[in-house]
Design a binder for this molecule. Structure first.
Ligand SMILES: [Zn+2]
Length: 292
């Protein structure tokens, strides 16, 4: 996204390095993400918007698609593969080849609305995965769970009113993005927390709000918008989570998936901008998915 931008390639290198250093990489089944098809994108984005992103992609240099979201000549391929990763992960999980999957992707997706790029996001990766699970995957109900520190306005915009999806988020509020008060639809669950909240506040929101709604909804698969920018070291936000808190969140959701969803869970990377904190948090997340 340009020199000095926090949503940078080093984020994924840092996660890879940590996976190698902790000797986790050798136990992972790794798949190259395929690009999402136009058909898969248009399940959640307006065709005019998909066309706009394709046409806006530069041959050289950088272009803005939003005041803080940019594209270079490689961004379109990266964004297609970030969305395609969710699709491939859903297919792998539904085929039974793997129990769960983590998509180490960028750009992130949860701010991208049906017809608008926003907050470093071009396509809504998690929504593309959810839509795929409900169409080609043949599922009737999926839950999208978003613990990125920023509210997933794009996911909410796309998923609101879809009674096959339950969308739950926990996020710093007031903060980016600006949010209209009131719930837009019954399938949307919001847990706003004030700046400075710690792991106990997250535990309470998840146990008291998310889990009862999940039990009631009985999803057949969990899809996680896994942002690690609620970490206390993150430069873009003001929460106080530690690696242990991300371990607890992941384990709680893995346990729910095990009890109610046949273990089916797909997680995709959203934010996290302190490279060390991101890498360590992603590792504890992946280890909890692996059951170690
Ligand atoms: Zn974020």
């Amino acid at each position: 996204m340009g020199e000095g931008h926090p949503e940078c390639p080093a984020r994924l290198y840092a996660i890879d390095d940590q996976l190698i250093a902790q000797r986790i990489a050798e136990f992972l089944y790794t798949v190259e993400a395929p690009p999402a098809s136009t058909e898969q994108l248009e399940r959640v984005h307006d065709p005019d918007y998909v066309r706009f992103i394709f046409e806006r992609a530069p041959k050289s240099g950088m272009v803005h698609v939003d005041h803080e979201t940019l594209m270079n000549p490689h961004s379109l391929d990266a964004a297609l593969r970030a969305a395609g990763a969710s699709v491939a992960a859903v297919d792998l999980v539904l085929s039974g080849k793997v129990l769960n999957a983590f998509c180490a992707v960028r750009p992130p997706g949860h701010h991208a609305e049906r017809d608008r790029a926003m907050g470093f996001c071009l396509f809504n990766n998690i929504a593309v995965g959810a839509a795929h699970a409900l169409t080609d995957g043949g599922l009737d109900r999926v839950a999208v769970l978003d613990f990125d520190v920023h509210h997933g306005n794009g996911s909410e915009h796309i998923l609101q009113g879809n009674d096959q999806v339950l969308y739950c988020s926990v996020y710093q509020h007031p903060f980016y993005p600006p949010l209209a008060p009131g719930l837009p639809a019954d399938n949307i669950v919001r847990c706003p927390l004030p700046a400075g909240s710690d792991g106990d506040a997250y535990r309470k929101a998840i146990l008291d709000v998310w889990i009862p709604r999940l039990r009631e909804f009985q999803p057949q698969m969990l899809l996680l918008s896994a942002g690690f920018d609620a970490h206390y070291l993150d430069p873009l936000a003001d929460m106080r989570l530690t690696e242990n808190d991300f371990q607890w969140i992941t384990q709680t959701l893995v346990d729910f998936a095990g009890e109610h969803c046949g273990g089916r869970l797909v997680s995709t990377l959203e934010g996290g901008y302190d490279l060390g904190a991101l890498a360590r948090s992603a590792c504890v997340h992946i280890k909890a998915l692996m059951g170690v």
